[in-house]
Design a protein. Structure first.
Length: 214
């Protein structure tokens, strides 16, 4: 089966945080702190697109019991080498991940959906991996009218929407299109935040949402 996730070709050189992690982590911590105790008491969390394991390790050090997958061979190699006690495996969103790993009260997926060919397969896995009432937190680079207009006015379109790399972003999400996808799956309590710069030209958006109880 062909892997539908372009990040399978991403190469990692170590297990350190990537630059965008430092912008995402404060907001991730804030969101995790607001989740109901009934979901956080056992501290189980799934990391969909765990990369080199640096975020999984960060959360493990905060007491979370993390399981994660990533399609990149080099990512999982570094993750397993440097964090052997964390359950991190090769896996992608063209698999039935819930049949392999079960269900979780909380799921994170940071800067992943923009690399995925088939976003509905990706979102199906999120839905299936969550327990009823479970919470997902995902992030992706933010795009909106004013930001795109500014990019165009500054003559940065070719640089921003770079087509000359072998890997990279293939989907460009706005709040509107992300909300449309989440509504298709009947997710509830959808909340958006933007991080990096000021909101209308934010670098990334983070969205928290719940799987319905029934």
């Amino acid at each position: 089966m062909q892997n539908n996730n372009i990040s399978s070709k991403y190469q990692y050189n170590d297990s350190s945080h990537l630059a965008y992690h430092f912008e995402l982590l404060p907001k991730l911590n804030d969101i995790l702190s607001t989740i109901d105790d009934s979901l956080t008491k056992k501290k189980f969390l799934f990391d969909l697109g765990c990369g080199n394991g640096s975020i999984a390790n960060y959360l493990t050090n905060k007491g979370w019991n993390v399981t994660g997958v990533d399609p990149s061979d080099s990512a999982i190699r570094y993750a397993n080498l440097n964090f052997p006690n964390i359950k991190l495996f090769k896996g992608a969103t063209n698999e039935n991940l819930s049949s392999r790993f079960g269900r979780f009260p909380i799921l994170i997926s940071l800067e992943v959906i923009e690399h995925v060919y088939a976003p509905r397969e990706y979102m199906t896995n999120i839905f299936d991996l969550l327990e009823p009432g479970g919470v997902a937190i995902i992030s992706t680079p933010y795009h909106g009218y004013l930001k795109n207009l500014l990019i165009a006015l500054l003559g940065k379109m070719d640089n921003h929407f770079d087509v000359l790399t072998d890997v990279g972003h293939i989907k460009f999400w706005s709040i509107k299109t992300m909300k449309q996808l989440l509504n298709e799956f009947k997710f509830q309590s959808i909340e958006f935040s933007r991080v990096g710069r000021i909101p209308f030209i934010g670098k990334s958006m983070i969205v928290k949402f719940n799987k319905p109880l029934k």
